[in-house]
Design a protein around this ligand. Structure first.
Ligand code: MN
Length: 272
């Protein structure tokens, strides 16, 4: 299992669960200095990623790009994949494809989280789920050219009513024609929704494609009451070899949150 840390470039998301906030250059440099294998970036636009310079920044820091979030599609542009308006859904899918293209050139994955949207007065649950499935088919097949899966994240009930558990996510993925979508198992959401977090990971099995490594209160691992022994055991049991990525509040501050995440990562992955 590899280490990864989140970088946010989205000012509107201040207060959100991202660890590093010091801009692209400084955040990538700091992640490399602490020994992280990779970074996951939450950017307001493709332009903000400075794609012509990103490769050089990553190389000189010795870190890889693990993934790009698509959350700005919702946070900044109010685009979501289950919108009642067909034109908005087209725009949302195009935004996701643009993130897949940006990530793909670095061998990185795009993540569908808040862009999955939800059912509401205008879109009933089955229809919303159908719109989401359609978008995952589209994105999953689009990502194939880069030899990476598209990543879909079940969220807790306060953030979506599409899929809230790993089991529900597995059902959705199994209903698709494409086999190129994997699940993001975020321990914070799982702590709210799963009866048993380790069991949820076992249900996810080979469909687990990315992990958000965080504590019960969304602080860095070690600052809450999550029980990691069964979680790490379950990840080993399913042969998970992807990233443990810290998507956590920058508590008590970004640099200490990053250092604590690295201490916790080393502790839990070296444990016999
Ligand atoms: Mn997450």
């Amino acid at each position: 299992m590899k280490s990864c840390i989140t970088i946010s470039l989205v000012e509107e998301a201040r207060g959100g669960p991202f660890v590093l906030w010091d801009g692209l250059e400084e955040s990538i440099r700091f992640a490399g200095e602490l020994g992280f294998d990779a970074v996951e970036i939450f950017a307001p636009s493709i332009e903000a990623l400075k794609l012509d310079r990103l490769g050089g920044l990553l190389d000189s820091a010795g870190v890889k790009l693990a993934a790009l979030g698509t959350g700005a599609g919702w946070v900044k542009h109010r685009l979501q994949l289950a919108d009642a308006d067909a034109e908005k859904r087209v725009q949302a899918k195009a935004f996701v494809r643009s993130v897949i293209d940006a990530a793909g050139q670095f061998g990185a994955m795009a993540i569908i989280g808040s862009m999955q949207g939800r059912s509401d007065d205008q879109v009933d649950p089955a229809t919303a789920r159908g719109y989401l499935a359609e978008a995952l088919e589209d994105g999953g097949e689009h990502a194939r050219q880069y030899n990476v899966p598209l990543i879909y994240e079940p969220l807790n009930r306060y953030e979506t009513n599409q899929c809230c558990t790993v089991e529900d996510g597995v059902k959705l993925l199994q209903s698709l024609n494409t086999d190129n979508v994997r699940l993001l198992c975020d321990l914070f959401h799982m702590n709210i929704e799963e009866a048993d977090i380790a069991q949820g990971l076992l249900i996810g099995d080979k469909l687990v494609g990315h992990v958000h490594f965080v504590d019960s209160n969304r602080r860095p691992v070690g600052y809450g009451h999550m029980q990691y022994v069964p979680i790490i055991d379950a990840l080993r049991e399913i042969g998970y070899d992807g990233y443990l990525c810290a998507e956590a509040f920058p508590w008590p501050d970004p640099h200490e949150a990053a250092r604590q995440t690295m201490r916790a990562y080393r502790y839990w992955t070296s444990r016999k």
